[in-house]
Design a protein around this ligand. Structure first.
Ligand code: SF4
Length: 449
């Protein structure tokens, strides 16, 4: 997707040019925003904290679900109203017609992870300063997350073709980064104070398939661009390493011993999406959930502390009552620790839209509530089992002697928290040992031991 400039004359501000950033969507989009910010700062632009202080605004959009598209279009409208000079990038940028129809005043539109195109658009509409202060950019780049954790993107795009998803159409096939690149970035982040690395991509376990697991030189040895090899090397950096968006391929089994040895966090974010083989087939996902149950049991035998986070879709076209019950029964067996559930929404351009027998909205709603109720009981029980243990907790927010943090079983923003008290003040980013005293449906409570 090429840049689409719509206004000719670049703005020439008297002072340092300032760019405002609105970042919508998933952690992958957040990483894109961070890269853009790093480039902007490297070239001497400043980042404006609000619309009023910005010479132009960059909106990084999400286009996955219709609701996300609506949110993106609303955010673009808000930025135009508040500032007037707006460049759009990100997933929805793959459809410039949609954006320009809704907001003809947008200056330029670029697609997802088109960093060069975004920078060209910024240069066109806001002249870069003459003397960029390169030394103002920290070696670790600039990040939108708190100082103590960072997302680490290992690849772009996806080779799967799940029928409800248009990400491969938006972002293309899998393109993996060389392992040495990823490791060097991870090393810089840890050196800059990051205590937790959140590994993300569209399909983390497929890492390296596109480059035939080719090796690259890191420190004094070659490292294959392979899920297990990268996980092992990341585990040597002295930070928490958390794996997200792991597609349930058989070789995921290999990483469990690393978790049992404490090299990486005992946490797997696997979007299973459903349990009925027929629905999984219609979704074009791996369809052997009975075998998956066996694998989950084996994983927990090897690593009893393993927490599994997953997402599911209810109300997929043609989902019968029996198939939904099959999903509930599977959940009871699998004992998924953390769960996100979506009501199926047709996404413009997705193959699943052509499937017969759409599920009525009220049935989707009822199924969503039933599933969340079942999950709440499972999650509450899993948390109750932690009471009495002493566990490491990373502090996210502190008021001195009371603080909120996360255990190794909780990813930021999507999972639960650990609420704690301490005799001595604690600081954000510290990892402390906490004795768990009680639990509720989502969170743990305890005292620094
Ligand atoms: S694995 Fe499926 S749902 Fe995830 S990005 Fe790829 S196609 Fe979409």
């Amino acid at each position: 997707m090429s840049t689409t400039p719509l206004a000719p004359a670049p703005i020439k501000p008297a002072k340092t040019p300032k760019v405002g950033i609105v970042s919508l969507g998933c952690p992958k989009a957040l990483v894109d925003s961070e890269r853009i910010i790093t480039r902007l700062r490297a070239e001497g632009y400043q980042i404006a904290p609000d619309y009023a202080g910005a010479d132009l605004v960059l909106v990084n959009t999400c286009g996955f679900l219709d609701s996300a598209r609506d949110e993106s279009l609303a955010a673009i409208g808000e930025a135009i109203e508040a500032n007037g000079k707006v460049i759009v990038t990100g997933c929805l940028g793959a459809e410039p017609d949609v954006i320009q129809r809704a907001h003809p005043k947008v200056l330029a539109v670029t697609g997802p992870h088109q960093y060069e195109a975004v920078m060209d658009a910024v240069h066109t509409h806001l002249t870069p300063p003459h003397n960029p202060h390169l030394d103002l950019v920290p070696e670790s780049g600039l990040r939108l997350t708190p100082r103590h954790y960072a997302y680490l993107k290992i690849s772009e795009g996806c080779n799967n073709r799940c029928s409800f998803c248009i990400i491969p159409a938006l972002r293309g096939d899998l393109v993996s980064r060389p392992a040495a690149d990823v490791l060097r970035e991870a090393e810089r982040l840890v050196k800059a104070g990051v205590k937790e690395l959140l590994v993300i991509s569209q399909d983390t376990s497929a890492y390296g398939v596109d480059v035939k697991y080719s090796e690259s030189r890191w420190r004094d040895h070659d490292v294959r661009a392979k899920f297990i090899d990268l996980s092992r090397e990341l585990g040597t950096l002295g930070a928490w390493v958390r794996l997200h968006y792991v597609y349930p391929y058989p070789h995921v089994d290999e990483v469990i011993p690393l978790m049992a040895e404490g090299k990486i966090l005992p946490y797997l974010d696997i979007p299973f999406q459903h349990a009925s083989p027929r629905i999984l087939k219609a979704m074009r996902r791996p369809a052997s959930q009975a075998k998956t149950l066996d694998r989950i049991r084996r994983w927990r035998d090897i690593c009893p502390d393993l927490a599994i986070r997953s997402t599911f879709i209810v109300g997929f076209p043609g989902e019968t009552d029996a198939e939904f019950d099959e999903l509930l029964a599977w959940l009871e067996e699998a004992k998924i620790d953390r769960l996100g559930c979506f009501k199926y929404e047709p996404v413009a351009g997705a193959l699943a839209n052509a499937l017969p027998d759409p599920v009525p909205e009220e049935v989707k709603e009822a199924r969503w509530h039933r599933l969340m109720k079942v999950q709440q009981a499972i999650s509450a029980k899993r948390l109750r089992d932690k009471v009495g243990r002493r566990i490491p907790v990373i502090i996210d927010e502190s008021n001195g002697r009371t603080a909120k943090g996360r255990s190794m079983w909780d990813a930021p923003d999507i999972d639960g928290s650990v609420h704690l008290t301490s005799r001595l003040p604690v600081r954000a980013g510290e990892i402390v040992t906490v004795r768990i005293e009680r639990s509720d449906a989502y969170d743990l409570h305890g005292q620094v031991a």
